[in-house]
Design a binder for this molecule. Sequence first.
Ligand code: COA
Length: 149
Amino acid sequence: MFVQFRLFTQSQLNAVIEITKRNLTERYNDFVFLDIQKSWPSAFILGMSDQTVAGFICGGISGDKEARILMLAVDTPFRNNGIGTGLISLFEQEALKVKANKIKLEVRTDNQEAIAFYRNHGYSTSNLLPSYYNDGSDAYTMEKTLAQT
Ligand SMILES: CC(C)(COP(=O)(O)OP(=O)(O)OC[C@H]1O[C@@H](n2cnc3c(N)ncnc32)[C@H](O)[C@@H]1OP(=O)(O)O)[C@@H](O)C(=O)NCCC(=O)NCCS
């Protein structure tokens, strides 16, 4: 599979919304994606398989230099091809560029695949957040300390 990574632009908004619907359980208004892009455009990254948006990552950065992965999803037919790894690696590079010292994220406690994926990429579980999601599910906070060189 030929995979390329590129920055999100508004023309891919519908594709990203559809990937979110298929792969993530929370629902977001369209403007949320554009707000995230506006706040940190270089960290809103798409994984492309030919001309198809196969997955994406986006996040935010806070004043105290803590980056946060807000969404990461790869469509099922494209999984296990290294797209998720590419997206999280590029996101980490962007976080390093803005001198972030940590990346945090929330993940459903029952999402074993994602938890294993993040662990393999150096993230560890820190807190349990009871009833974090709209449907009442719990979340773990996971985080990774970035080594600035
Ligand atoms: C978690 C998720 C983003 C991973 O995406 P992915 O594209 O399948 O990720 P990768 O292909 O990089 O890695 C998946 C596995 O494939 C393997 N892999 C990586 N590159 C590979 C390649 N080139 N060829 C074959 N396998 C590969 C990896 O070993 C990895 O195994 P690991 O998880 O044990 O490390 C994806 O499963 C997903 O979208 N899940 C649903 C949404 C979700 O839960 N998001 C997180 C919410 S917090």
